[in-house]
Design a protein around this ligand. Sequence first.
Ligand code: DX5
Ligand code: ZN
Length: 207
Amino acid sequence: MVQISTSILSSQNRPLAIKKLNETNTNYIHIDVMDGVFVPKKEFPIEELKTLLPLIKKKIDIHLMVEKPENYIKQLNYDNIEYITIHCEIDSDIEMLINIIKNKGYKVGIAISPKTKIAKIKKFINIIDMILIMSVNPGEGGQKFLKSTTKKLKKINKLNKNITISIDGGINLETIKKVKKYINIAVVGSYIINSNNYNETINNLKN
Ligand code: DX5
Ligand code: ZN
């Protein structure tokens, strides 16, 4: 069964969204951190993370869309963080960052943007826990699912059967059907946040 990681990026009231999600069947709460450099927007400054993360009772899935993840990783100390994901496109020593995350006791994800070739992540596959495949260009919620993603998913499935595969961007009841058999986790933002009943929407996506 596919697991759901709910992104609260598009919520107008993030503390309330967290409180509501704590009572649902979402498996994770997904936090999209943006630095205004790797992507144009700035979201979840560290001060906001420090007030929001303690409210979360679910497992936390952090997606760092930032050029310099070290600064963020150092300050992220919460027992329910499960994954910290960094992007393979950044100009940093990725292996060093993988080790920093592992040494903190968290699982490591590597995210890959739509235009990036799979070759870029191949050498990390056996030392990470999750691949996060972006099905929209990173940077904002509410975008349309890119059809080219399905082809990429098929290729990644062949590389390593044991790694957790997550998909992020434009997922709704229609698009999840196309990708379900290739993934373990679906990150879903606006489709859940804009719905009237979070738990009903989450249950429908899982089934
Ligand atoms: C996009 C983010 C996503 C986004 C998902 O850069 O990484 O996690 O919030 O939101 P939806 O589901 O609205 O595309
Ligand atoms: Zn994300």
